[in-house]
Design a protein around this ligand. Structure first.
Ligand code: DON
Length: 607
């Protein structure tokens, strides 16, 4: 099935390709050589999927679309206060080449008009203009997602005819806006305008801004998040020059046009749009580009002032630790306690990009559940990102609930920087921030341990053979016989007790004190923890069924004291007392049935 978005774009392209209104730019002679029929539309999602139609690989010069990205580079290099002293952020309402300077300071009104852009070009980092050029080139390459090159013929064409821009550059030098050699900076400006891009590149540049400064395909951070809002604000108010007001009114997306016929439009957190069609209207904007953006905004509801998804959408499933307990099989007393109290562990599945309104809604739901809650697990599996203000709000809630003895931990973030970095930034000095668990099993076990720690110490400490499920129902005297046959061994914290695939090992281990983890090796070399065992529990019991090849690895999480029974000794004792074998095998069968049921429950809970 063709993607409905792809089909929609093909219809839109077909419809607009029939309009032939507008002229090619010719004040830069080289630009007049473009094919007026060229027309491409590309939309890129936050996870890097590109929907393309038409001439999306056709290369052309980026022209003024370079301006917001060089402004971004100057902000990142020199900081907002410094740049703000040199270039304003007010819409001029004038044409792109108007000499709109602040009457007092001589500072250009905004960085999107040529005067502001030429000033901005002179502000990027670099001791020499050559170094500044390399900085501009590498920064734009980060937004595009590949190395870029300059169309030398367009560059020369503009440099040889750019008299108005030369006048502007000298004006800026005159007002001390440009410190260095103005003509050298201007050549860098002409070069940045002559960088070759395709429509798809434009969509990637826009998507990088929409994705908080991170390129959706390369994952490279092209711009620190704090500057993204500033760049998008200037694009929203000044990006379309003396058409900016109508644009924001009718289309409602921060955007930037270029005189070669490109337009980029940004839908924060959702899409990057790139359009290329060299036929321009009287204001120097692509005719088909504007028409396409109007349609996309209307048909997909992309206007930034459109009511966003309901905050309640941020919270998906809510269920308790009673439904999805950890995979450990604790001793009887602990299991009984958990079966009564595990309902006080609450999983909250968060969805999508969490902004302040979503965080507010989630926290309000947590407050409603708090009276009957001991720990909250924020399951981030379906979350794609979190805003810094939402992270601060959640962290403040975590500290607040903490004062009431309620823990709030996170799970399944994996390495998503869009979640990890705002959360870690939200933690104050000396505050360790959110505990983050690789998966729900580790998270819920941590919460269970917190619950169990409420139990009086004695019951949880030392396990014995009698506690083991394996020997439930075995008469005391027989149990003594088995105990005598065991030997004690202490494993140090972190020690590997058993190795997956280890051959010919007939030992069964009974934990008297401490905790071990059962790990399964994964294809990628990592390990998945499948269970964690404590006092009164056993592992390696399959050896009693003659299976001596180890099916998992076992590591001591703490110092572990075990009693070890050799399968041979068990066979010797049970040959003399068949009741022992029958009872143990029955218990083994029951335990396996429970594990199977547990696994099915877990799969159902995850489904
Ligand atoms: O400076 C110029 O005039 C061109 N390099 C860029 C102008 C431009 O792209 C205006 N955009 N609509």
């Amino acid at each position: 099935m063709q993607s409905p978005i792809q089909a929609y774009l093909a219809d839109l392209h077909g419809h607009l390709a029939a309009t032939h209104r507008g002229e090619l730019a010719s004040y830069i002679p080289e630009l007049a050589k473009a094919d007026p029929q060229w027309f491409g539309i590309c939309v890129v999602t936050m996870d890097g999927v590109a929907y393309s139609v038409g001439d999306t690989e056709q290369l052309f010069t980026v022209q003024s679309i370079s301006k917001p990205f060089v402004y971004a580079t100057a902000l990142a290099d020199r900081g907002q206060p410094f740049v703000a002293r040199k270039v304003g952020v007010e819409p001029s309402g004038d044409a792109f080449n108007s000499i709109s300077l602040d009457p007092q300071t001589g500072a250009p009104i905004n960085p999107m008009i040529n005067a502001g852009a030429i000033a901005t070009t002179s502000l990027v980092a670099g001791e020499t203009t050559e170094a500044q050029w390399r900085r501009i080139e590498s920064s734009i390459a980060a937004f595009v997602g590949r190395d870029v090159s300059v169309d030398e013929s367009v560059y020369r064409s503009e440099s040889e005819t750019g008299f108005r821009n030369r006048a502007i550059a000298w004006m800026l030098k005159n007002f001390g806006i440009i410190d260095g050699e103005p003509m050298a900076s201007l050549e860098n400006y002409f070069r940045q305008c002559s960088i070759l891009v395709s429509c798809r590149d434009l969509a990637c540049m826009a998507a990088t801004l929409a994705n908080g400064g991170v390129h959706p395909l390369t994952g490279v951070s092209a711009l620190p998040a704090e500057h993204v809002e500033r760049v998008l604000s200037v694009m929203a108010t000044c990006g379309m020059y003396d058409y900016a007001g109508s644009w924001l009114y009718e289309v409602g997306m921060p955007a930037k046009s270029g005189v070669s016929g490109g337009i980029i439009a940004v839908v924060p957190g959702r899409f990057g749009i790139g359009i290329y069609s060299p036929r321009l209207d009287e204001k120097g904007n692509s005719v088909r580009g504007i028409a396409a953006c109007k349609r996309l905004s209307r048909d997909f509801g992309l206007h930034v002032f459109t009511r966003n998804a309901s905050p309640a959408m941020a919270l998906g499933r809510v269920y308790s630790g009673a439904v999805a307990p950890s995979r450990r099989q604790p001793a009887a007393e602990i299991r009984a306690y958990l079966s009564e109290h595990a309902r006080r562990i609450k999983y909250l599945c968060l969805h999508g990009f969490l902004a302040v309104d979503g965080a507010e809604y989630v926290i309000r739901r947590m407050q409603e559940m708090a009276p009957d809650t001991h720990s909250f697990i924020l399951d981030m599996h379906e979350a794609i990102g979190i805003s810094e203000s939402a992270a601060r709000l959640l962290n403040r809630a975590r500290l607040g609930f903490g004062e009431d003895g309620i823990a709030v931990v996170c799970s399944r973030i994996r390495d998503r920087r869009a979640i990890l970095s705002p959360l870690s930034k939200a933690a104050h000095k000396g505050d360790r921030g959110f505990l983050v668990f690789e998966d729900n099993d580790l998270a819920v076990e941590w919460c269970e341990n917190r619950l169990v720690s409420e139990l009086p110490a004695t019951s949880a400490a030392m396990g014995s053979l009698a506690d083991s499920l394996l020997f439930r129902g075995v008469p005391e005297p027989l149990l003594r016989q088995v105990e005598v046959a065991t030997r004690a061994h202490v494993y140090a914290r972190g020690e590997q007790i058993l190795r997956h695939g280890q051959e010919g090992d007939g030992r069964v281990f009974f934990i008297e004190s401490g905790h071990v983890s059962i790990l399964m090796p994964l294809q990628n070399g990592a390990h998945q923890r499948i269970a964690s065992l404590g006092p009164g529990m056993e592992f390696g019991e399959m050896a009693l069924l003659g299976q001596t090849t180890r099916s998992a690895s076992v590591y001591a999480d703490t110092e572990v004291r075990c009693r070890i029974l050799e399968a041979g000794d068990f066979a010797r004792i049970s040959d003399a007392a068949p009741l022992l074998k029958v009872t143990v095998l029955q218990n083994l069968a029951t335990d396996m049935a429970n594990r199977l049921r547990g696994a099915n429950q877990w799969i159902a809970a995850l489904a």
